[in-house]
Design a protein around this ligand. Sequence first.
Ligand SMILES: [Mg+2]
Length: 156
Amino acid sequence: MTHATGRGTGRGRLRSAGAPAGASPPPTPPSLTDGRATLADLKALVARFVAERDWNRYHTPRNVAVSIVLEAGELLEHFQWSPPAPDEMTADRRQEIGEEMADVLAYLLSLANVLDLDLSAALEAKMRKNRRKYPVEWCQGHWEKPKEPAGGTGGE
Ligand SMILES: [Mg+2]
């Protein structure tokens, strides 16, 4: 998000005993990981962040949809000129890319909250459609859109 994301900077926290003066505190391990968090957890995290700041009035569907695209543009900036291959990315670059991906996700989750939309159900339904639209037997190993067979696929 272009405004504060609520992440702690570590400032104001007590330095652990024995750490040299001026040293950064060790990073806080995440309490949420892809393997442990549910989409409901993430939607609640974003909803709490917005509500705590009384920003619900700004999180209209239009504003949030625009913000998704703006943050996607910030993500794209990382790949604009000479994008490094994944194995050539520095840790700093990976962190910056992760932050932009988190911005996109936060706004996507906020839009789901605003619209009271079940994102998991929407994804599952869309992937079902995509499976019909791109059957493995026609699409494996190439990206071209398949020609619709006689009788159609029923997909969109
Ligand atoms: Mg951003």
